[in-house]
Design a protein around this ligand. Sequence first.
Ligand code: HEM
Length: 393
Amino acid sequence: MNDVIDFRDPAYRTDPYPILARARELAPVHETEFGTYFALRHQDVHALNRDPRLGRDLRAWLAYPMVRPWLAGSALEHVAERWLLGVDGDVHRRLRGAAAAAFDKRATAAMTARIERLVDDFVARLPAHGDFELVSALARPFPLQVILDLLGFDASDELGGRLERWSVEIARSMEPLLGTASRKVISQNLTEMSTWIVDHLGAVRPGLIEQWVEGASRLEREELVPMIVLMIVAGHETTTNLIANGVVALLEHRAELARLVDDPSLVPSAVEELLRFDGPTHVNGRVTLEEISVNGATIPAGRVVLCMLGAANRDPRVFVHPDRLDVSRNPNPHVTFGGGAHYCLGAPLARLEARAALQALLPRLAQSVVKSAQRHDRVNVRGYESVVLGPPS
Ligand code: HEM
């Protein structure tokens, strides 16, 4: 089975879905030569994401003592052992509690008008005629500005600059395969972003950071920077790629785009379908805290299990015609936001941003084609480096 899913294979990066489908049918749960396990079927991924016998803290991983010396004292070690995505149990509950209220459905709904205005401004700045590059013009700066505002940073000078570059590199820490060289690059970028954060802490406006520094949700000093890093990176990198993947998918399925243009009330279900069809998050890692049995396989304690969200989202046992894009698909129980204790905290915000962006872009998309699209090389936060759109020539 080891040769079926090869993250380094360019074919996998271009179109992983036929490869994932084959693996899902041949061996829904299987061990790789590195002792890591894949889970590919919807039922298993859904259950594993929620199972308290698995966590996200890599310190429970049997091989961690071998990896740790390469990390020792690095910014990657400092952040990965303290941010929400890398801790479990009571510490996780406390940290998540410090951020949860700002991202619940009510708080997010209160941001609707501001977010719609913001995305309209980005769309208004696109060239009225001719080509434009979607990622740098909207898909990246728009969600970045939203999360910086929420945190309390003044975003005006930062769009299109270093925060975006650092985030792209730090998002690599969520890749399933990380060599020593990548860890060094990630650490370097984490150090630079952390320094930027510390330098700007003194000048924050009212927002989340203020509450974490002196409000009721006060964090330990050494927890503050990892939390802010996670918010900046998770808070825009994924949404950026959802918007880019989604726009390309719609332009490659013109009949579905036409349905959406005719009936914009389908935008919310279209966003769910774009999350499912080619969502940004493909691999959700967990570590077994004890031996577990799943779909006929026994997984010992201390092993990494890669829950393959992209494979589960195309499982024909759950989705009718899973390889078809259907903007009115209902029900749509995709697993793109993960599940259980670590379920994406920003899901309501991501949905709001994606709906607003799609709604605002629809008139332009109806008159556009993809002139060129360049995928980046990551397999987990899957997406595009650049997508040039323009009128048909
Ligand atoms: C399309 C956009 C997004 C997708 C697909 C996505 C996906 C995910 C996934 C798969 C996880 C891990 C869940 C698990 O382990 O079960 C996660 C966690 C998280 N996401 Fe998102 N995310 C998105 C947008 C956002 C936004 C806008 C924010 C805003 C801050 C955000 C903040 C977080 C945080 C803080 C966590 C860690 C939660 C925890 O460990 O308790 N995400 N996200």
